[in-house]
Write a protein of this length. Structure first.
Length: 729
């Protein structure tokens, strides 16, 4: 039996752009004993709605839930809007303001004449309205057309629900297409997945097939091509695919239900519709091609801008040196000078070459040259990074505000849109982006759209580290094009006496490992260990660092020496079971108070981002389950709905560590990691170390990883586009 409450909407507490409501509902009737206490009272409700008004009577279908903070609520899964039936209700509805030009007296006259079926008569036989004395043709047209539109919007959403879309998905569709929705439903409902990122191909395809779409329909094949091109490019980081690849993946996506001729016809249609772009046998999604083009155009414009000039530049650089009490080497001075002279600059270098030092110097030089207070400086520049931990590092080193790129662009997680965009640009004059190797093509394109066209951009990063999760290899392509202003920092700035960590990083990068580098200095230790003993050695080393900043980094989650297994073992060392220490079981994993955990996805409303590390402050398991996690003083509450957003962090993936640094790092390395043994991954792990590095496992596995530079070779065209469009400097 479906549980319902019948009554009237009373008040909006919250409403999102995509139709999500939190509000108050006056309950008149229910079929649930659990809800009888709310009859003739209001209850808080949540759910997705096209629109709500106080005049209508509604049937809300759903369930009673207990919210952790706000108590009992009715969670609406589906709803019906009931037209008024009683005389007084109909008069109130017609005079509510929905029908322009119809006041209370006119409404009373209409209802008196047409009776209890007033609204049905207006919908089905509007000519009867001409029989009512004093009613004008304009009023009659208003009544009929407004009521038709009113009913049509609701019926459209009901139709989408009946097809198989959820109420939330139906609202997304209707809000996008309005009165064109039914036309698209009849013509090509795969357009929904093209225009709305929230709707997957698999969901739309399932609904299409269920409602009569033929498996070999060209519209279905076209949709599958667009879907797999997006999926494959994001998975492997490519900007484009080749025809035979697209065909192979499309066949797989459609379970071998496509012939060569049908595929070629679909591909031709997509080219004619300009949904994909073909350049020299390379097939691009239109959005990817345009993103790369936009990046090239902006780079070209900034490179053509005249150099800034100021006779005081050199003296101001010396002022910066005095302010920080240091002397910059020639590479660093060149980078600092060009940051003022040029509109676009790339600063690259390996670990220990002073990239963070350069960012500090650039900020201070910009302040001095423009005679700004630190408050004004923070308004004129934006210090950005791809991750929360990386942005925090910039802020700590510069004593200036910094943020993730997503936060700067005011990312809305509900609709996956940016508030800062081509129509609403940021007013900052200088943007510095650190850890740029992690930035993908789409994100940088979005950032450029949100900046004024002449905003100065300074890019900082090490392209030998892991590339972005999304498509592209921007930093590598920009540097290798030889078309942009690039300063490469080579001189070691952070090299310490009796230190070999940075030397190892450079050996890894140059594929020339000298095994004698290990165990010669206190900071770099390699412990040869059979696979089955690796975790035991990690435990023994970890015992020495119970109260220190130590982090285990591993290439993968599963296998004997995977992250999951290591976390279970290290929990017993760092946070063993104790009387009075509360525990909670989440997905077969025990979490305890004081456990170290890592955030797995962005929660911008809580100022928490993917990769942030915190500690469980408190666990509640009595009346309701709650976990409170402390992220450097920011305490965030988690409930069962988002327990999946964190994991143990005694060991984390090397991917998740990017943008972070730790005093002591332990990296297990064994042949069991298979395809995850490759150069960029190991290089990235090694370059996260500040003081001491332990490598545990098989030296032959390390050698294999260093020699493997073939994993995930990305096919992009940004480099060639830059070379074709920008004069070499």
């Amino acid at each position: 039996m479906e549980v319902f409450i019948k009554g009237n909407f009373k008040k909006t507490i919250f409403k999102s752009d995509n139709g999500y409501y939190i509000g108050l509902f006056k309950v008149k009737e229910t079929n649930s004993e659990n809800l009888e206490e709310f009859v003739n009272r209001t209850i808080t409700f949540t759910g997705y709605f096209h629109e709500l008004n106080e005049e209508d009577t509604y049937l809300f279908y759903g369930k009673l839930v207990e919210h952790d903070k706000y108590g009992k609520q009715f969670q609406v899964e589906n709803y019906e809007r009931l037209l008024p039936e009683e005389k007084d209700s109909t008069i109130e509805f017609l005079s509510s303001g929905l029908f322009k030009g119809i006041g209370e007296k006119t409404a009373e006259k209409i209802v008196e004449f047409l009776g209890k079926d007033t609204l049905t008569i207006i919908l089905e036989n509007p000519s009867n309205l001409f029989l009512i004395p004093g009613l004008t043709k304009k009023q009659i047209d208003t009544l009929h057309h407004t009521l038709l539109d009113y009913q049509a919007s609701y019926q459209t959403i009901v139709s989408l629900n009946e097809l198989g879309f959820s109420t939330k998905e139906s609202l997304l569709i209707y809000n996008k297409y309005k009165d064109q929705t039914n036309t698209i439903l009849q013509d090509n409902l795969y357009l929904f997945m093209e225009d709305l990122e929230e709707l997957s191909f698999k969901k739309v395809d399932m609904i299409a097939l269920k409602n009569g779409m033929k498996k070999d329909d060209v519209r279905r094949i076209q949709a599958a091509i667009l879907y797999i091109m997006d999926e494959v490019c994001n998975l492997y980081g490519h900007s484009y695919l080749l025809e035979d690849e697209i065909f192979a993946y499309t066949v797989r996506a459609l379970n071998n239900q496509v012939a060569d001729s049908e595929f070629l016809l679909a591909l031709k249609n997509l080219l004619l519709d300009m949904k994909i772009i073909l350049i020299e046998e390379k097939y691009y999604l239109k959005k990817m091609y345009e993103a790369e083009q936009n990046i090239v155009k902006r780079c070209g414009y900034l490179m053509r801008c005249s150099d800034c000039t100021d006779k005081k530049l050199d003296s101001k650089i010396r002022e910066v040196e005095e302010y920080f009490g240091c002397f910059y080497n020639q590479e660093q001075i060149e980078a600092i000078r060009l940051s003022f002279l040029k509109k676009l600059l790339v600063v690259t270098g390996g670990p220990g070459t002073g990239k963070t030092t350069i960012i500090k110097a650039i900020c201070e030089l910009y302040r001095l040259m423009n005679q700004l207070s630190y408050q004004k400086l923070s308004e004129r520049i934006a210090l950005l990074a791809p991750t929360g931990r990386a942005s925090k590092r910039i802020s700590e080193s510069t004593n200036l505000p910094a943020s993730t790129i997503h936060r700067f662009l005011k990312w809305n997680k509900e609709n996956n849109k940016f508030g800062i965009n081509e129509y609403h640009k940021s007013e900052v004059d200088l943007v510095i982006i650190d850890e740029f190797s992690m930035v993908d093509t789409y994100l940088f394109d979005s950032l450029l759209k949100g900046l004024k066209y002449d905003t100065k951009i300074i890019i900082v990063g090490d392209y030998n580290q892991l590339p972005s999760v999304g498509a592209g290899q921007l930093l590598k392509d920009m540097i290798e094009s030889n078309c942009l202003n690039v300063v490469e920092l080579k001189e070691l700035y952070r090299q310490k006496e009796n230190s070999n960590i940075i030397n190892l990083a450079y050996q890894i990068n140059e594929n020339c490992l000298d095994q004698t580098i290990f165990n010669q200095t206190e900071d770099l230790i390699f412990i040869p260990t059979p696979t089955h003993e690796v975790t035991n050695h990690i435990i023994e080393i970890a015992k020495q660092y119970i109260h220190s900043d130590v982090q285990v980094l591993a290439p993968m989650y599963k296998t004997l020496n995977g992250i999951d297994s290591i976390n279970i073992a290290l929990q017993q060392i760092f946070n063993p079971k104790e009387k009075g220490k509360k525990e909670i079981l989440i997905n077969d994993t025990i979490y305890r108070e004081h456990d170290k955990v890592i955030q797995l996805s962005n929660m911008p409303d809580e100022n928490i981002f993917n990769g942030d590390i915190g500690y469980i402050e408190e666990i509640k398991t009595e009346s309701k389950k709650e976990v409170y996690i402390n992220f450097d003083g920011n305490i965030v509450k988690y409930t069962p709905t988002n327990f999946q957003k964190f994991k143990h962090a005694y060991a984390i993936s090397i991917h998740k560590s990017q943008g972070s640094e730790f005093d002591t790092i332990i990296i297990p390395i064994v042949h069991g990691y298979g395809k995850m043994l490759y150069r960029k991954l190991i290089y990235t792990g090694v370059t996260r170390v500040k003081k001491k590095l332990y490598l545990i496992g098989e030296i032959s596995a390390l050698e294999k990883a260093i020699q493997n530079d073939d994993t995930n070779i990305r096919r992009t065209t940004l480099k060639e586009m830059l070379m074709d469009n920008i004069n070499v400097v």
